[in-house]
Design a protein around this ligand. Structure first.
Ligand code: ATP
Length: 213
């Protein structure tokens, strides 16, 4: 019920909180204060407390938040019990990097298929993930129950691929191509443009360079 109305930014931060908490947990700590989480993520303790209140979690004033309990609570909000399956469309350098990087990182999200048009890549297994011809996208997504697609094809191909993903039943799309996409309002679309991010960093690096001269 609560999870339905969470702001997008809160969901993003919950994932970051969980990652930070998993790191602290390996240091044999059992409890953590909002200001400690905030410090790790360069945000304010108020922000942390507000987000956790939104998911109905309040810590112990004296001891802070119980780390294990909070990890579990965040999992209940952002994961599904059975887990979700993910496909990568475009097994080029970026698609391959994504599969390799993601492998084993999350138990509730599994990369189960890749799609491509290049015959050299089709019917091969890359890092445990089989690659199918793009024309089989609907068949395989339905058979495997895949509901998330990651687009790593060249920009001019991205709109067509998004359409095919939606038709195949995707409920969430992560677009790694630099082409902004339009999809049905029933599909959650997240866009990540690496070039824009790097150009932003380059702009501020240039300014800092000029300042230090
Ligand atoms: P490579 O040189 O191995 O193809 P790359 O990263 O340079 O890698 P890109 O041109 O960026 O390749 O394309 C990414 C991947 O998307 C490639 O594997 C390509 O075959 C695939 N691709 C291109 N168009 C489509 C499409 N319409 N459907 C599915 N896959 C596609």
């Amino acid at each position: 019920m609560i999870a339905k109305n969470l702001p997008h930014k809160t969901v993003e931060r919950l994932s970051q909180y969980r990652r930070s908490l998993l790191l602290i947990l390996s240091n044999e700590k059992t409890h953590v204060f909002s200001h400690e989480i905030a410090q790790m993520l360069h945000i304010t303790p108020v922000q942390v407390r507000r987000d956790l209140m939104l998911i109905g979690y309040s810590g112990n004033l004296r001891k802070g938040y119980d780390i294990k309990e909070l990890i579990e609570m965040i999992g209940n909000i952002i994961d599904t019990e059975k887990g979700q399956k993910v496909a990568v469309i475009g097994l080029g350098n970026l698609g391959k990097a994504f599969i390799s990087y993601f492998k084993g990182k999350r138990t509730k999200l599994t990369m189960v298929a890749a799609f491509d048009i290049n015959p050299d890549k089709i019917d091969r297994i890359y890092d445990g993930v089989p690659c199918y011809h793009i024309d089989r996208i609907s068949e395989i997504m339905k058979k495997e129950n895949i509901n998330i697609g990651i687009i790593t094809v060249p920009a001019d191909q991205a709109p067509g691929i998004a359409e095919r993903l939606v038709l195949a039943g995707a409920k969430g799309i992560l677009n790694y191509s630099p082409k902004p996409l339009n999809v049905s309002p029933y599909v959650y679309l997240e866009e990540y443009d690496m070039i824009t991010s790097l150009e932003k960093v380059a702009f501020f690096a240039k300014k800092n360079d000029e300042r230090s001269k």
